[in-house]
Design a protein around this ligand. Sequence first.
Ligand code: AHM
Ligand code: MG
Length: 338
Amino acid sequence: MNQHDKLALPVGTTLDRFIMRKQEDFPYATGELSQLLRDIALAAKIVNREINRSGLIDIAGAYGNRNVQGEDQQKLDVIANIRFIRALRNGGEVCTIISEEDEEVIQTGNVQGKYIVAIDPLDGSSNIDVNVSIGTIFSIYRRVSPTGTEGTMADCLQTGTNQVAAGYVIYGSSTMMVYTTGNGVNGFTYEPSLGEFFLSHPQIVTPQSGAVYSVNEGSSNSFSSGMAAFVTYCKEANYSARYIGSLVADFHRNLLKGGIYIYPPTSKSPNGKLRLMYECNPLAFIVEQAGGKSSNGRTRTMELRPEDMHARCPLFIGSKELVEKAEEFLAQEEVVES
Ligand code: AHM
Ligand code: MG
């Protein structure tokens, strides 16, 4: 290809255009969900900028702990929380937000808003200091209470099967946003010089099987017998162990290449560590839309009843055959122990 042809290449489909096109597929769509997704993408760009500068902020410690607006400098997960909430509040489509970073429900004041958002603004944030990929995970529900009032606990504690959209942003060697509205999964890569996400991974389909298992084996002393047997099975089958310790990064790799991510019950976290509303449900929706599977080892993640907005649950997620294999080992443990 000569230089002229290269220059004439189309730049591709931007996230905004893609969202608009998808909206046209639904004749009665009002555009509110589209706007909401764009609000999230905008906040993601801002958070991406903050993350990229985080090393420099440490170096700039000599300037004191205040940023240019005179605000005290805060940890990035707090900043990310503020950014996403602000974007969702300003957008107007969301009545209520629940966030891993906030103990209480957040009412945006937009009582006409039709949507509820559950968000983990910056997952794996302990990895920031060592320049390892981190992510944002979000989930969108339609409210069940009437518009014109504040969102209720019933709005916030819906089962995962009610999600209308879910996605994540991975801040890694490149920044990507991956999302589903229940009609397949699409991935967009951020082009920093243009300030846009471009469609780079259309219709992601996850491999039915894989040869990667991702689990913190440091906790293996407290694995159940079924869980321990599954890990032994993976080793005997010569699978590769890959565990970044940053859920979005581990999940993203396995989604594209095949594999299973597990956060099982351990003595330290008897219910697993990950949160049903902010981490497990959104990734479960995505993996299922890509042809994979997610459960707590026994029950489909998206059918678990959330008892509390911060509830935790075990997570077995990834390629269908591997998740089913792990479930077989867990079922076997019940037979042996009964
Ligand atoms: P966080 O929400 O406090 O960031 O914790 C979630 C993170 C996940 O990204 C990661 O997969 C997991 O915790 C790692 O936990 P562990 O260090 O116990 O293996
Ligand atoms: Mg988290």
